[in-house]
Design a protein around this ligand. Structure first.
Ligand code: FES
Length: 103
């Protein structure tokens, strides 16, 4: 997850953008690991919100799995259906191309 913050300075009329380091996001440490043939596991400090920004109640969980097979009956969370459905997708870390400039 990438967050961009805008820093407005008094005498500068243009906003200055910067990418905060992991330590500047309120000490947040989060690990996101897509699993081969399975869900996306999230561990650490995180919040999951609906499209309106309302957080899901996670009952104190610090690890959760999000469905990436599309078959869960409890989306966005994994319910194990990926096994029954034979979901298959290998996960290998790779470099992404640079982001396209925003217009
Ligand atoms: S990844 Fe587990 S149900 Fe979709």
């Amino acid at each position: 997850m990438t967050r961009t913050h805008l820093l407005l300075q008094e005498k500068v009329t243009e906003p200055v953008t910067y990418e905060p380091s992991r330590d500047t996001i309120q000490g947040m440490t989060t690990k996101i690991s897509p699993q081969t043939d399975g869900p996306i596991r999230i561990e650490g400090e995180f919040e999951i919100v609906d499209p309106m920004g309302t957080p899901f109640g996670l009952a104190g969980r610090t690890t959760i799995s999000l469905c990436r097979c599309g078959h869960s009956s409890n989306k966005p969370f994994c319910d194990g259906s990926h096994r029954k459905m034979g979901f298959s997708d290998a996960v290998v870390a790779r470099e992404l191309p640079p982001p396209m400039p925003k217009l």
